[in-house]
Ligand binder design. Sequence first.
Ligand SMILES: C[S@@+](CC[C@H](N)C(=O)[O-])C[C@H]1O[C@@H](n2cnc3c(N)ncnc32)[C@H](O)[C@@H]1O
Length: 218
Amino acid sequence: MAAAPAPEAKTLAAFEAAKGFMPVGEGLALYAAAVEAGALGLPLLEVGTYCGRSTILLADAARRAGTVAVTVDHHRGSEEQQPGWEYHDPEVVDPEVKLMDTLPTFRRTLHKAGLEPYVIAVVGRSPQVAKVWAGEVGLVFIDGGHTDEHATNDYEGWAPRVAEGGLLVIHDVFPDPVDEFTGQAPYRIYLRALESGAFTEVSATDSLRVLRRTGAGI
Ligand SMILES: C[S@@+](CC[C@H](N)C(=O)[O-])C[C@H]1O[C@@H](n2cnc3c(N)ncnc32)[C@H](O)[C@@H]1O
């Protein structure tokens, strides 16, 4: 069996240096999925940019495939990233408006990685962006809000855009409630995707699940 495509050392170093939550093993699985999906020649779409850690990998895969990564975030942080919560980082609070703003850090991250030309960053709420997005994509990576409302909106908004043979990747899938810190909503949309009959599981790497569109609908 051929080895999974891996990012160049420079890209991996940029990923490891970036602020964010994705461990290297999951990052490598995401990268391999993105390279595979890139062969469809369609955009690779991410919900949940944060500071660009996973975006680096999608951007590099897009560069290899001659396509583009689109990443969507309102940059105000998820529930668990707000002050007083476990994943809060005071370094990404805008001192003037006193709200989280991960956009400047994201832009610096992408610039340092040399991957700006391969990314379209959309600042907005995922369901609103999904509503005005018309085209098919080769890959959807869902790593946004972890409430049922957000995860369901992300699934219903973006999974329909995955082209035949394209990939749906979901992060933070924790089948056992003991393992989860931020809720099992990603697990529930993962189950829904499988139960729909439209997606078939390709791989599982820790909490990252890769599914392929093998049928119509969601
Ligand atoms: C877990 S972080 C993403 C981590 C990132 N993928 C990484 O690898 O570091 C989740 C992000 O989703 C964003 N988010 C949450 N709900 C959202 C929504 N409804 N629309 C857009 N972005 C949202 C938050 O602002 C946050 O930056």
